[in-house]
Ligand binder design. Sequence first.
Ligand code: SAH
Ligand code: SF4
Ligand code: F3S
Length: 459
Amino acid sequence: MAFLKPKIPLECTSFMKLKYHIKTYGCQMNYSDTERVMTVLEKMGYEPVNHYEKADLVILNTCMVKKSSESRIYGLGEPFKKLKEQNPRLKIGITGCMIHKDTGLRGESKEKVFQRMESVDFVFRIKDLMHLPDMLHKMHHMDGADEVSEMKSYFHINPKITNLTQVFIPIMSGCNNFCSYCIVPYSRGRNESRDIAEIMDEVEKMAKRGATEVNFVGQNVNTYDPTDADTGSSDSPFTQLLRKVDAVPGIRRIRFYTVHPQDMGDDVIALYGGLKSMVPHLHLPIQSGSNSCLKRMNRHYSVERFKELINKLRARIPTISISTDIITGFCGETEEEFMGSLNLIKDCKIDLVYVSKYSQRDGTLAARSMKDDVPYEVKKERFEQVTEAMKEVSEEYLKQFVGQTVEVLVEKVEKGYASGKIPEFKLCRFKADNPKLVGQYVNVKVDKAMEWCLEGEPV
Ligand code: SAH
Ligand code: SF4
Ligand code: F3S
């Protein structure tokens, strides 16, 4: 009971169930990692709670791709201090991309994180998740999950599946590209690929439990390089993996994030319209629609190459959906360079853009050698222009589905509607109130295209 908590000495806590809460920031890679952290904590006897105010253990799985992502974490320092006064058992740990090899392990580091956030008790690299039970044993006298310490990689820990409708499976971690603006190679380290056999084992287990959509995650999936690929094959290892997953009974959709335009090979393109589960959607981040800007970003491809890739994809599937990432106001971005990005969205009919205002990250090439000289107001104005252009393309793209029957994989049922994605990654809803529809495929005849969503009737 809450009022008893402060009176219980730490040594006496073993008979009580301690509660944990994980707050996850950033990309799908982190969300997928969180599922492995959950397994470890639950093996040790912790119980999940949905808010950190109710927890005895809070783990922040962090992102640091933009300054705002990092500030959000440091902003929690004060509230956590207060919570610790109310609950002396409370321990705070940080993992994810803010913690890298120079930040130290097992709490002994005196690095930035501890200086800026006194309430933090321990930090660990996600790669060192195997050592978490050991750390928690010291802090909370919790036992269990001994087998985890023996594991060679944190990937060997089974994830706790929080969403069986769409499972996210990391196939690699880290990045070797060093785009000049990006912190990921410093925070996540270099490319490390999981073996095909290990991934297939995970996919098969998930499929047996009912998963039908697999989402592969990695910073640059086209450079996937496991030790057990068939070196005699003309297919890249990534293509080999996709073919194997396509053959798993029950798997109906495969998506992946993220592809790098410089490494996208014809063998992967040939799978569009070829493999039954390859969805007609590709996220292909361009970052800028200007060759000079791409050069400063250390992205080794041209706008022409990007357009060529899109043309090849549209030759195979004319209605394929293409989404991208764009950064506005990168160092030295001129009006003309920005117009390149804006025009590209319209010319290439990019129907979804994840747009970011450039945020300088310490340690990156851009921070070391370029000036963050585009005023914030200009970054913001360009951000809004990109959003506006994308809206127009998106609305046009959605209109083509009116009158057609689309297949919806239902993700949720609430407020009288069931909604989920069609293969092209667009949201579609229809009137329904049966929660059992979640995870089901429903054919829907579209009668309306709204700003971000289709609506129709099941057929
Ligand atoms: N591996 C992916 C991107 C991962 S980071 C790729 O190569 O495309 C996700 C997105 O965050 C990037 O695509 C970029 O648009 C954005 N981003 C990364 N660093 C940024 C920075 N310093 N400022 C603003 N946006 C950034
Ligand atoms: Fe960052 Fe570039 Fe690697 Fe993507 S490819 S994670 S943008 S360094
Ligand atoms: Fe952020 Fe790390 Fe992903 S920095 S975008 S959580 S790889």
